[in-house]
Ligand binder design. Structure first.
Ligand code: ATP
Ligand code: MG
Length: 308
């Protein structure tokens, strides 16, 4: 998978196969959502073979690069792909691969860590709002405001640091946060920021295998942090929090993709296909030039021709 786009063949999934593939993982209606209906080891049966994956991924990256140029030139929409996952599910690698062919000027990645003292002095959406992509840009959230109904829900003692008025920290706090997030995403969609959310769904066994690899391979030691093991102890609590979160925030205008993450090649393929599909659904035709703009272009051409 380390080949570059330059020396690998480009291959495309047909539109029909892509649509079928994505429909398998897209969640647009939360009612009845169960995480256990989703298999982290799934690779869509015989739809795609691993040996074709690199070529398919390159094809996807190339399409994404062309669509991003249009998004940038048109300057109307913004795209906000949000990534959430358990540790070692492959968020970083996926973001790196998917964006490998994209003009760096049009994309920005924001990683959300535990909030700073300044961030804790504001409402939980504050730091996210400051990092939203401008029109024409892709803004990737590596973790996000969703941590507020995931890690904070699993460790409610974290709420103390948020200095909220006690009256706002009742039994309904998680439902209220989920409602706030759903409302926020509705607002973004109405403003032309297209939100799509990825949950990279890794199994507990595969996480163990990847942690072991990080511990055994000296070049990967830096990726390991002791807190990863602590969080692993809360696996069931996290799965429940993800399930409740996805159930409350999956909508047609801000869908979740529950992406099987035990096979990295497959995760990357689904993510790039989902982003390409989302951009293809937007009308990215550049706005027609106004008479004044057309006149300015004609005048500039004339001036350049008259040089020397
Ligand atoms: P990697 O481990 O691959 O480098 P990461 O995203 O896990 O990437 P870390 O620095 O290990 O990055 O972890 C960031 C931590 O910050 C996570 O444990 C996450 O749960 C935590 N975090 C993010 N947002 C919040 C929040 N709003 N409140 C509390 N903790 C948060
Ligand atoms: Mg980590």
């Amino acid at each position: 998978m380390s080949q570059t786009a330059a020396n690998m063949p480009v291959q495309h999934l047909s539109a029909g196969r892509t649509r079928k593939l994505l429909a398998r993982y897209r969640v647009t209606e939360g009612k009845g959502f169960r995480l256990k209906d989703h298999d982290p080891t799934d690779t869509a049966g015989r739809t795609i073979h691993k040996h074709d994956a690199v070529a398919l991924l390159n094809g996807g990256v190339e399409r994404l690069s062309r669509l991003q140029e249009k998004l940038y030139a048109q300057d109307r929409w913004a795209l906000l792909p949000v990534f959430q996952a358990m540790d070692a599910a492959g968020k970083d690698g996926t973001i790196k691969h998917v964006m490998s062919g994209v003009n760096p000027q049009g994309v920005q990645v924001t990683s959300f860590k535990a909030p700073s003292t300044e961030e804790l002095r504001h409402d939980f959406l504050w730091r996210a709002v400051r990092a939203l992509p401008e029109r024409g840009r892709i803004g990737i959230f590596n973790r996000s405001y969703y941590e507020e109904t995931l890690v904070v829900r699993v460790h409610p003692e974290m709420l103390e640091k948020q200095h909220l008025p006690p009256a706002t920290v009742g039994r309904k706090i998680w439902d209220k946060r989920l409602e706030a997030i759903a409302g926020f995403e509705r607002f973004l969609a109405d403003q032309g920021t297209v939100v799509l959310k990825f949950f990279l769904h890794v199994s507990k066994d595969e996480q163990k295998r990847r942690f072991m690899e990080r511990l055994n391979d000296k070049t990967k030691n830096w990726k390991f942090s002791a807190s990863d093991l602590t969080e692993r102890n809360y696996w069931e609590e996290y799965q429940a929090a993800y399930e409740a979160t996805i159930a409350a925030t999956a909508t047609p205008h801000a869908p979740w993709y529950v992406v099987p993450a035990d096979n990295k090649w497959f995760t990357r393929l689904v993510v790039v296909a989902a982003i390409v599909d989302t951009l293809e659904r937007l009308d990215l035709t550049p706005a027609a030039l106004s008479p004044a703009q057309s006149a300015a272009i004609a005048a500039a051409r004339e001036r350049l021709m008259q040089e020397d």
